[in-house]
Ligand binder design. Structure first.
Ligand SMILES: [Zn+2]
Length: 342
């Protein structure tokens, strides 16, 4: 890669298991491979942090595993030369492309390089696989560059695109990919996976609920890093409600927080505000509310808090608009401040 800005992690680090809640989707793709019907381009979509990238990495490992020369294993062996190379990032049959740089977009130069590489012929009976995560953050020029390989794919090449918001991809890209929507097949499988990773006093079911059903988010939000991120989001909330900082300054303070985390935390705080209205104690806040904070929650009626909550939920569900994080937050915060003033 030409610039350090675009430096890509090539190693596959996640576990050799497929996310258990996507087992049948995985089996489906494996069957297609065995029938020689795997497409040249596959677009995996689904909610943020449900395990799409993990699924894709597992698929790559399985398709390239050399443990059995006659078939692709459901579980990559983790021992053969190919598995070892994938884990060390030195595989000549695999390329990884993720959003990079300050803007977290996928730019044209690395895509061009990837396309050139993908056009080289694969060894007999082997795949040459490119995995593009955050594909919905490709800029227009990058998407156009990618089209070349989707229109005229080399034999045995496989391009896997992963996107939270596939509707942001140009129609020309969409129409050339086989689409697969990954959603949790059986929630209990996510609970069973999550519970052993949490301390015993935390319920996996409750953690999943708080994370809107996304297992990887549920895990992330029970880690210490999330506790500090949550403090940043909570501070932004109170700065908004107590008029301590401008909307612009609040948006700036949230620049390192993923939008989904921010919106779902705001939803929890909003629900708290509505609860305060009816005299219940707040549940989401880590600390008991101060008088000033209680008063701020009482500035709006509970119906108004529910309206704000619905607004947040709609923003959370948006998957078709090309909104930038900053624009979404700015609009929401400015609107809420108006309501508080009114
Ligand atoms: Zn292997």
């Amino acid at each position: 890669m030409a610039k350090t800005d675009d430096e890509q992690p090539q190693a596959l680090r996640l576990s050799s298991r497929c996310p258990p809640w996507f087992a049948s989707s995985f089996q489906h793709l494996l069957n297609r491979h065995r029938q020689g019907r795997l497409p040249h381009a596959l677009l995996l979509s689904g909610a943020a942090e449900v395990g799409k990238r993990w699924f894709a990495e597992h698929l790559v490992k399985a398709l390239l595993c050399r443990a059995d020369t006659n078939s692709v294993p459901s579980i990559p062996c983790g021992q053969c030369a190919s598995c070892a190379q994938l884990q060390s990032g030195s595989s000549s049959e695999f390329r990884y492309l993720t959003p990079a740089g300050k803007s977290m977009t996928i730019r044209i130069d690395p895509v061009r390089e990837l396309v050139d590489w993908l056009q080289l012929s694969a060894s007999a009976g082997r795949y040459r696989i490119a995995l593009i995560t955050g594909a919905d953050s490709m800029n227009r020029a990058a998407a156009n560059a990618l089209l070349k390989t989707l229109e005229e794919p080399a034999a045995n090449s496989l391009c896997i695109l992963v996107a939270d918001k596939p509707a942001l991809l140009p129609a020309t890209i969409m129409s050339r990919c086989q689409k697969m929507v990954l959603s949790i097949e059986e929630p209990q499988q996510a609970v069973d996976w999550l519970q052993p990773q949490l301390s015993t006093n935390v319920s996996a079911g409750a953690a999943l609920d708080a994370a809107r059903g996304a297992p990887l988010r549920a895990l992330r939000e029970t880690q210490p890093e999330w506790q500090s991120q949550r403090a940043v989001i909570d501070a932004a909330w109170w700065n908004l409600l107590l008029h301590k900082r401008s909307v612009g300054a609040i948006v700036e303070s949230l620049k390192d927080v993923p939008l989904e985390s921010c919106l779902s935390r705001f939803m929890a705080l909003c629900a708290d505000a509505a609860r305060v209205q009816v005299g219940a104690s707040a549940l989401a806040s880590a600390e008991p509310l101060s008088e000033e904070q209680r008063a701020a929650h009482q500035r709006l009626k509970s119906e108004q808090w529910f309206t704000i909550h619905d607004q947040l939920l709609n923003l959370y569900r948006i998957d078709s608009a090309s909104f930038k994080t900053q624009t979404v937050l700015e609009g929401f915060l400015a609107d809420t401040r108006l309501k508080l003033n009114g």
